[in-house]
Design a protein around this ligand. Structure first.
Ligand code: BT5
Length: 292
């Protein structure tokens, strides 16, 4: 990269294709790239593209990115809020020929990629709060700086047809515009004290993610790396199964290769918890402090 190009790369440029593709060195991830200034939800746009496209179109690795979402979604129909042009808000389409339980590897690989990229670019202490939050430690408190949303579509035999992975990463949200609510939030700007160029962050992130997904495609679970970044292990948790209403209180002791959380309750019984079904609470006996 020449010095003029390097200079552009470091500026806080808009995320349109002409500013991204010249710097992207991936083989397949982001090679089909759609920048839409404003959408409802990038996950919805990509799911609609996948549903209406011909077989195998759009291709695996296709990305839809926006600068503003009017109906950004979290899990369980929660909202994802971000002021215009302050964040990375995008979704990736995958077509992994995997059974349903392996799909979570995409979420795990993407979480690792986000943690490592943020750490590399800012040096901030960054971790993963099970199952899908990226958190940064600010003044002794883990604050949410990104959330991931994985949605799969399956064949009748249980194999995955398509998966859409959405990421919202708070990059340059000023401290006074961070969402307030029960989840303590931060942004890279708020935690690091300086604006971070979104182009270089995005390009680095995609490069690391492509390599992690390729390793997973060779049959190797991302669990080892992923678990080293988990902040949840050893902590008291209360897990509420939204479908059955069952509540488990205990300590998070481990994960398995599918990214499920193993919780030991007060009677020393262990429970294996599926991501997606649950709401974690940091204080096991306080029902009012949802921390997801
Ligand atoms: C998530 O859900 O954390 C997944 C968020 C995924 C968002 C991306 S953006 C691109 C793509 N398109 C979409 O429509 N979605 C994806 P969950 O674990 O349910 O957390 C949602 C909760 O996070 C909310 O209820 C708030 O408490 C909190 N929250 C909302 N916006 C936030 C933000 N910008 N920063 C930190 N926390 C936030």
């Amino acid at each position: 990269m020449g010095s003029r190009e390097a200079d552009c790369f470091m500026k806080n440029l808009p995320l349109k294709a002409s500013n991204i593709l010249p710097y992207l060195e991936t083989k397949w991830l982001g090679r089909a790239y759609y920048y839409l200034p404003e959408v409802g939800s990038t996950n919805n746009v990509l799911k609609e593209m996948a549903a209406s496209g011909k077989r195998d179109e759009p291709a695996t690795g296709t990305i839809v990115l926006t600068d503003y979402q009017s109906r950004g979604r979290g899990r369980l129909n929660r909202r994802w809020e971000a002021p215009p042009a302050t964040s990375l808000l995008f979704s990736i389409l995958f077509r992994p020929p995997w059974p349903a339980d392996r799909l979570n590897w995409l979420l795990m690989a993407a979480s690792v990629a986000v943690v490592e990229t943020v750490q590399r670019q800012t040096g901030l202490e960054t971790g993963i709060k099970w199952p899908n939050d990226i958190v940064i430690q600010v003044d002794g408190v883990w604050r949410k700086t990104a959330g991931l949303l994985l949605e799969g579509d399956f064949e009748e035999n249980g194999r995955c047809r398509t998966a859409v992975l959405g990421l919202g990463l708070n990059v340059n949200i000023p401290p006074d515009q961070l969402p307030t609510g029960s989840t303590p939030a931060t942004s890279l700007l708020a935690a690091y004290g300086q604006k971070i160029p979104r182009v270089s962050l995005f390009v680095d992130l995609l490069q690391r993610l492509e390599s992690l997904v390729e390793t997973a495609e060779q049959g190797q679970a991302p669990q080892g790396l992923w678990q080293t970044y988990l902040t949840t292990i050893g902590r008291p948790v209360q897990v509420t199964n939204q479908s059955s209403g069952q509540v488990i209180q205990g300590t998070a002791v481990a994960t398995n290769e599918w990214g499920q959380l193993v919780v030991r309750d007060e009677n020393e019984q262990t429970h294996t918890i599926l991501a997606g079904d649950v709401t974690l609470r940091s204080k096991p006996f306080d029902n009012s402090s949802e921390c997801r």
